[in-house]
Design a protein around this ligand. Structure first.
Ligand code: ADP
Ligand code: MG
Length: 417
């Protein structure tokens, strides 16, 4: 299988828009790598460069140890599956599943062996051919294509069309697969089914796959490793757990989580053991185990504080909403809106209104909190989250993330108290 390598790849469009900034990345041989990024972050641009449909302005693209940026798309032997697959309308699924060189579609032996490229299968022993044939049949089954073989594209649902597109990619026996949000226009259950099919196929074939999506749960569900792309910059590469629990940049923090991490501006002064932090939502000391280059200064710096919505504590208080209690922690808030999300509640909390500085307060960000429903639901009666209710927020400092206000880079690892 073929590793994909990008070395300082940039792409600027003629209108001057820089879609990709010096991307360096390796998708290892046999790996399912997912690139997660919001719409417009450069995902499709990146895939087109790898497939050879477009050329980088700078940088090199490697496939299986060779630099290929001057190679044609066909020479690269890469299969790409798009969000909306264009399938020839007059062909049946069976015909669509044959490689472009043709062959007799009714010849099931041809069909089966062609899953993996007939030329080199011919040289195999019959026992080995049997094994591959079995694998191919099970792929047809995995994709649920067997009953659809005689249908044409207009007789297929969106999910079935994507299955056919996936099958077409597989029969080409490509060096690597690229997926451009192939499931994002499908309903939730079809999406789940197709993801697990894709994982099955990837395991069976051991293929190198680069999958891009804006959907975080899809990225985490599929990926061996995830890369987070924001505004054409690759901000972090890691396992789903690393990316979620230790975002290396404030943009990664903002791009992950559902709802995403709460991030608000703060100031921090270095202390003997870490940082003294001041913000509208939280004041206190954050310990740092390791020394930090920023701590060499004694100056106050601007930072971003971040806390995931699911780890913020929220307690009802009996305070009146009209009266602001000057807490040291500053962690009183007013429920702005609460929504039942099925398995949990999403509660948006605004800072307490402050009569003496209302215009300043108005610009401060609200905070999102999520709470599991179900067992905890009795404890968290919806009434507790009625709009206007005053609540007290609290947070374990080990769950707090801190990022440099200028560079956005992580200053402090979460998980320390
Ligand atoms: P994504 O796939 O992550 O949604 P794209 O790679 O399609 O993002 O686009 C990245 C950025 O490049 C966007 O701002 C988009 O408007 C711009 N872009 C994409 N294609 C072109 C083009 N052919 N000409 C000019 N700008 C483009
Ligand atoms: Mg795209």
């Amino acid at each position: 299988m073929t590793a994909i390598r990008l070395d300082n790849v940039s792409r600027r469009y003629s209108q001057g828009h820089q879609a990709l900034h010096s991307i360096s990345l390796e998708v290892r041989s046999g790996e399912l790598f997912v690139l997660l990024g919001p719409s417009g972050s450069g995902k499709t641009t990146l895939l087109r460069l790898i497939a050879g449909l477009d050329s980088p302005c700078h940088g090199r693209i490697g496939l299986g140890g060779q630099w290929v940026e001057t190679w044609s798309a066909s020479r690269r032997r890469i299969a790409m599956v798009f969000q909306e697959s264009t399938l020839y309308p007059h062909r049946t699924v069976k015909e669509l599943l044959l490689p472009p060189s043709g062959g007799n579609p009714s010849d099931s032996v041809t069909m089966v062996t062609r899953w993996f490229g007939i030329d080199w299968i011919k040289r195999w022993s019959s026992a080995r051919r049997e094994v591959v044939g079995e694998l191919a049949r099970s792929l047809l089954d995995t994709l649920g294509l067997q009953p659809l073989l005689n249908r044409k594209p207009h007789q297929l649902s969106g999910g079935e069309r994507q299955r056919v597109a996936l099958g077409r990619a597989i029969v080409r026996n490509p060096a690597a697969f690229l997926f451009d949000e192939p499931f994002s226009s499908l309903d939730v259950s079809t999406r789940w089914a197709l993801r697990s099919d894709l994982l099955n196929i990837q395991k069976k074939l051991g293929s190198t796959m680069l999958f891009v999506t804006h959907d975080q749960s899809e990225a985490f569900a599929l990926a061996d490793r995830v890369g987070v792309l924001v505004d054409g910059v690759l901000r972090q590469v890691g396992t789903p757990d690393e990316v979620y629990s230790q975002p290396s940049h404030v943009e990664v923090a903002r791009a992950t989580g559902d709802p995403p991490m709460n991030v608000w501006p703060a100031t921090a002064v270095p202390t003997e053991t870490g940082w003294r932090v001041q913000s509208s939502w939280w004041n206190g000391d954050l310990k740092m185990a390791e020394s930090s280059q920023v701590r060499s200064t004694q100056q106050t710096i601007k930072v971003w504080l971040g806390v995931r919505p699911e780890v913020l504590g929220v307690e009802p208080t009996t305070e009146s909403g009209a009266h602001r209690q000057p807490l040291v922690g500053g962690n009183l808030g007013v429920v702005k809106e609460s929504r039942f999300l099925g398995n949990r509640w999403g509660v948006e909390i605004s800072p307490m209104p402050d009569a003496s500085a209302s215009s300043q307060k108005a610009s401060e960000p609200s905070v999102l909190v999520t709470r599991a429903s179900g067992i905890e639901r009795r404890r968290l009666e919806p009434g507790q989250f009625e709009p206007g209710r005053v609540v007290r927020l609290n947070c374990d400092t080990k769950d707090m993330h801190m990022f440099d206000g200028e560079s956005g880079r992580r200053i402090r690892k979460a998980g320390r108290s």
